[in-house]
Write a protein that binds this ligand. Structure first.
Ligand SMILES: [Zn+2]
Ligand SMILES: [Zn+2]
Length: 151
């Protein structure tokens, strides 16, 4: 079995070999890697995008793609997964799935996220009420079914 694929199902162009000395690149966290031989730093796609956003607040996906060579598709995926967040006040790359308002990360704007939860809660409340009201009946039905299947 390919153990490497098993461990790394989603690679973001992880640097493995030092471009300077050929040493092994060791993962340091947040997409950053350091050569264990010479200390040279390198970044995977996530690290490159994260660093670029930190230095260029308000950059668009197209600008990031041009600057660090990570595709806009990958950038959007990182944002969707919530691994990246667009700086406050920046031109957003993402839009709320429900109201199309620009958002910084995830799938919904804060308002729609709350609304969505309230909606779910209301549905759950109705379901709960139905369960309570129909409890006796549900019980009888269940017992009737049991008797039926036993025969
Ligand atoms: Zn090195
Ligand atoms: Zn929204």
């Amino acid at each position: 079995m390919d153990r490497e694929n098993l461990l790394m199902p989603e690679t973001f162009n992880i640097p493995r070999v030092c471009g300077k000395c050929g040493g092994v690149m060791v993962f340091k966290g947040l997409g950053e890697y350091r050569c264990e031989e010479c200390g040279e730093l390198a970044y995977d796609d996530y690290g490159k995008v994260r660093c670029y956003i930190e230095e260029h607040k308000g950059a668009t996906a197209a600008e990031i793609e041009a600057a660090v060579g990570v595709s806009q598709k990958t950038i959007r995926r990182l944002l969707r997964e919530g691994r990246l967040e667009v700086a406050e006040g920046s031109r957003a790359f993402l839009r709320c799935d429900l109201c199309d308002r620009p958002i910084r990360s995830g799938r919904y704007c804060p308002d729609c996220e709350v609304k969505m939860h309230r909606n779910l809660e209301a549905k759950q409340r109705e379901q709960h009420k139905r369960d309570l009201q129909g409890f006796g009946l549900g019980q009888q039905e269940a017992e009737g079914q049991k008797r039926f299947t036993r025969h």
